[in-house]
Design a binder for this molecule. Structure first.
Ligand code: NAD
Length: 296
């Protein structure tokens, strides 16, 4: 298959490289020239423009920062590709933009999927991403081999924008649960409880969750968590704030009451304002500890 791939950043670069490994022809384009040089070294055909990248492509994938980028790139590329070309957006974007992108594609007679991912840059490189997919089931079924080249778990969530809905609901749980785990460790410290003792109990009790057992925000109990590596991301505070803001915009327009999601968005906004946007989101425990008058 010939695939046009637009946006070769932290996620898109390794995802496109995995498509090459699966023997697809990948024609890549990014506005950043250094990324084009890197793409070339991974077997991606480095194209000088969007038009060049989508020329002759059966499928076009976008992996871009936000909804406005996706809408503008899809508008441009829909003027270039023939009807019937499959369009897949893997970016994390707001629900309204995702619906708008599907509508634009349908008007041109192009099947389309929203397919945001989780698994971070590690998952993108290893080809173990989880894809959450919105769009028609038969379009999803036909595109399975593309997703299998880049991910391990591929879940059809429903009609258009259902993938984005699943992504922001999941990440709202993640943001809230990381704050909850951080608060528990800070309270435990105040009560004289060791990190390991709290971990040993909560990880096998009803407090068990991914933020604790896979991504523990204190060094020690889970050696692979970013807490053991000076909170280097992983998943940066800026991206968590982005996703929480998307969840709150969606909650507002859909009329859902999400008080803990709103509080998590507020706390991550403060975390970012304090200069932690480049730190892993689990580092919010340090802000909670400082607010409690303690240092690490
Ligand atoms: P990134 O900033 O590294 O990559 C985005 C790329 O898009 C950049 O290289 C930029 O130059 C390019 N770009 C922007 N406008 C363009 C245009 N008009 N034409 C061509 N290229 C253009 O971001 P990323 O970390 O790769 O994230 C991409 C998306 O994936 C985001 O929506 C993000 O929320 C989502 N995401 C990221 C992670 C992560 O851990 N980084 C995890 C899950 C989801």
């Amino acid at each position: 298959m010939t695939i046009g791939f637009i946006g070769l950043g932290h996620m898109g670069g390794p995802m496109a490289a995995n498509l090459v490994k699966a023997r697809h022809v990948v024609r890549g384009f990014d506005l950043a020239q250094p990324l084009m040089d890197e793409a070339r070294s991974k077997g991606i055909t480095a194209c000088a423009s969007l038009a060049e990248a989508v020329a002759g492509a059966d499928t076009v994938i976008t992996m871009l920062p936000a909804g406005k980028h996706v809408l503008s790139v899809w508008q441009e590329l829909l003027a270039l590709v023939p009807s019937g070309t499959l369009l897949i957006d893997c970016s994390t974007i707001d629900i309204d933009s995702a619906r708008g992108a599907h509508d634009m594609a349908a008007a041109k007679g192009c099947p389309s999927l929203d397919a945001p991912v989780s698994g971070g840059t590690g998952g993108a490189t290893a080809g173990t991403l989880t894809f959450m997919i919105g769009g028609e089931r038969d379009v999803f079924a036909k595109s399975q081999p593309i997703f299998e080249a880049m991910g391990k778990k591929i879940i059809h969530c429903g009609g258009m924008a259902a993938g984005q809905a699943a992504k922001i609901c999941n990440n709202m749980i993640l943001g809230i649960s990381m704050i909850a785990v951080g608060e528990a460790f800070v309270l435990g410290e105040k009560l004289g409880l060791s990190h390991q003792a709290l971990f040993d109990v909560a990880s096998v009790s009803s407090g068990q969750c991914w933020s604790l057992t896979t991504y523990c925000p204190v060094p020690g109990p889970v050696p692979t968590s970013p807490a053991n590596n000076d909170y280097k991301p992983g998943f940066a505070g800026a991206l968590m704030l982005k996703d929480l803001k998307l969840s709150q915009a969606a909650a507002q327009s859909a009329g859902a009451v999400t008080p803990l999601g709103a509080k998590a968005a507020e706390l991550y906004a403060l975390f970012n304002e304090l200069g932690n946007d480049g730190k892993d989101f689990s580092g919010i425990i340090n802000m909670l500890r400082q607010q409690s008058g303690d240092t690490a």
